[in-house]
Design a protein around this ligand. Structure first.
Ligand code: LLP
Length: 456
């Protein structure tokens, strides 16, 4: 039978998204799993479980892969942005900024995390299909680029910016009408989408903006979806976007930036085979150059907005195995001390993951088990019919590829506190988010006076 050794499946160390485990994953002399120079079972002991672990080197290599590929393959200027919805924290904002990338934010929370993490305001791009006036005001005052999605954004911004001298720096988001093969919930580029203007509205917007003095249309944006393995949808996207660019310029708008969104997939299980970061960027860059040359347009500053492919592979989650239940002839449940509150992706999208026991990663599998979480919900399953060695209560399990859309989508379902997050590099580990305590969860509860008498 096979072993569960995902860190041996590395195909392309230059492109973190083509690996299942972090790039620094290795075995020590006793064949125990080490990441960032830290033994994973020691980390579980020191910080407790569940525990989010991020490998700094993998994040930095992902950022560099984007930057280097854009520098190499795009003839104009470029700026990759990190889509912080994948995982937002001060530490990540700081790493991203130190790698020379910008950041995409979609809420006041993400915006202040980027600002306080040291991201320069001109490198922050603010998105959202229903931004509040307060959020727009903060983004405007901060000097960030604002992506307008609808007329409501324009109305609110007019109130904010027309009283000031500083012009709002705006990009226009539209739905390009492109289908891609990914989960229904994470498709965003087709016409039936809550995001962005309909392409048929573009001309009217370009006309409307000719009269607007408080803001300047500096670029166009579109995003077609997430966890995409094909290259063709992005090639088609470029064509549609450059057409829109030509149209906008014909109305006199400067539109010097083109943001093609994110979406590059990552390898969660061995059958996943996403393109490398370099390949994705090369294909898109060449397409933009060709499309612009064909129309004699000046090359725009090219932006992309990867989230998952920057952080997913860098992350893993450590759980301790607790109860086991064998239902003869049916299945064995192995329960861990986290689940759908720290990783809602399996229950939401039926997402697949890879995992192994951290101190026995090479042990032979002895059959399939279902790794369940601890929440009061039958669907709270992290790994379905998964090959694992016969494991003991108390052993530590590592689930790989959890750096993106795990912490950022986590909840307190069943009033379970959120795990701590740490970053590892060169044999050192540092806390970047402290573990929540049950007491923290009571912080916003208010007991009206009239109920107090019921408490003995
Ligand atoms: N830009 C925009 C405007 C986006 O909406 C997104 C993702 C990205 C960039 C980054 O896409 P990425 O490179 O990460 O694929 N919760 C889902 C993913 C939702 C993605 C939402 N938008 C999941 O866990 O799979």
């Amino acid at each position: 039978m096979s072993t569960s050794i995902p860190f041996e499946e590395c195909q392309d160390k230059a492109s973190p998204n083509k690996n299942i485990a972090p790039l620094t994953a290795e075995l020590d002399d006793a064949k125990r799993l080490v990441v960032g120079g830290c033994r994973l079972s020691h980390l579980a002991e020191e910080y407790g479980t569940p525990l989010y672990v991020l490998d700094e080197l993998t994040i930095r290599k992902s950022c560099r892969a984007y930057k280097e590929a854009m520098d190499k393959h795009y003839k104009g200027e470029s700026l990759p942005l990190y889509a912080s919805k994948a995982n937002s924290s001060l530490a990540l904002s700081s790493i991203i900024s130190s790698e020379g990338m910008g950041i995409d934010v979609v809420s006041e929370g993400e915006l202040i995390t980027a600002i306080r993490g040291g991201v320069p305001s001109q490198n922050i791009v603010f998105h959202g299909n229903n931004k509040s006036k307060c959020e727009l005001n903060l983004a405007y005052q901060n000097g960030s680029i604002i992506v307008i999605d609808n007329q409501n954004d324009i109305e609110l911004l007019k109130d904010i910016a027309s009283q000031n001298i500083k012009k709002a720096r705006l990009m226009l988001r539209f739905t390009p009408g492109i289908e891609c093969h990914t989960h229904e919930y994470i498709k965003t580029g087709r016409i039936d989408s809550k995001f962005g203007f309909d392409p048929d509205e573009l001309e009217d917007i370009f006309v409307q903006f000719k009269e607007i003095k408080w803001g300047e249309l500096i670029g166009l944006h579109a995003h077609i979806g997430s966890q995409i393995f094909e290259l063709q949808p992005h090639i088609d996207l470029v064509e549609v976007m450059v057409n829109a660019l030509e149209l906008g310029k014909s109305y006199g708008h400067s539109l010097e930036k083109l943001n093609i969104g994110g979406g590059l997939g990552v390898k969660y299980v061995s059958s996943d085979d996403p393109p490398s970061i370099a390949n994705w960027i090369e294909v898109i860059s060449k397409e933009v150059c060709v499309a612009c040359e064909k129309r004699s347009l000046k090359l725009p500053l090219l932006m992309c907005e990867p989230g998952r492919s920057i952080v997913a592979t860098a992350g893993l989650t450590l759980y301790r195995i607790g109860a086991k239940k064998n239902i003869p002839g049916i299945k064995t449940y192995v329960s861990v001390d986290g689940g759908m509150s720290d990783n809602p992706r399996p229950i939401t999208y039926e997402s697949l993951y890879s995992a192994c026991l951290v101190d026995r990663p090479l042990a032979q599998s002895e059959g399939k088990v279902t790794v369940a979480g601890k929440h009061c919900e039958s669907g709270d399953v992290l790994l379905k019919d998964f090959s694992l060695p016969n494991c003991k209560t108390g052993e530590v399990l590592s689930v790989f590829g959890t750096g993106a859309y795990n912490f950022s989508m986590s909840s307190n379902y069943n009033r379970i506190p959120k795990p701590a997050a740490i970053i590892v590099a060169n044999g050192k580990s540092e806390l970047i988010q402290r573990r929540e305590l049950p007491e923290d969860l009571l912080r916003y509860d208010i007991l009206p006076d009239r109920f107090i008498q019921n408490i003995s």
